[in-house]
Design a protein around this ligand. Sequence first.
Ligand SMILES: Nc1ncnc2c1ncn2[C@@H]1O[C@H](COP(=O)(O)OP(=O)(O)OP(=O)(O)O)[C@@H](O)[C@H]1O
Ligand SMILES: [Mg+2]
Length: 163
Amino acid sequence: MPTTLTLPSDRTTFALGHWLGQHLSVGTVLLLEGDLGSGKTTLTKGLGAGLGITEAIDSPTFTLINEYREGRLPLYHVDLYRLTTTDTSSLFLESYWEGIEYAPGIMAIEWAERLQFLPPEPLKIGLTYRQPTGRQVSLIPSTALQTSLLEALTSDAILAHEV
Ligand SMILES: Nc1ncnc2c1ncn2[C@@H]1O[C@H](COP(=O)(O)OP(=O)(O)OP(=O)(O)O)[C@@H](O)[C@H]1O
Ligand SMILES: [Mg+2]
């Protein structure tokens, strides 16, 4: 069952990311999907802040993958915008979610629609535009742990994370 919430402003998108950064379990892979400018990077910035990362998080457009290690868990931020599905298979992103080559952490993948190989237990996050402003977010869990976490995710819980 997806959890659907309204995000009236960019601050709320950030706050949702912040909440996730404080609550997600090690090894979680977020598949961020949504049109251009729908809020994927904003959510990831909040995620980083919630993990306790103080370094500025910017979209890894040219580097493809940015790694941040100062928070409670490492954050791996990927942006597949410039890639095709065929390109993404040569990035070996599974070496991040397998947790052997890289320290297990949280992974956030923008433009996850372009992945050729999916992680085994992703948390899918879809962002869509709402008229006249704001966004709607839908979170689809794939484990019992993610499902129970999302039960605690309410608009009020997110509001408490607005800064
Ligand atoms: N809930 C929201 N309501 C209104 N504006 C928002 C909301 N969330 C984010 N924004 C704004 O939307 C713009 C685009 O956000 P962002 O860069 O995070 O999108 P993106 O999905 O990462 O874009 P891209 O597809 O280019 O990677 C920013 O100006 C951001 O402040
Ligand atoms: Mg982005």
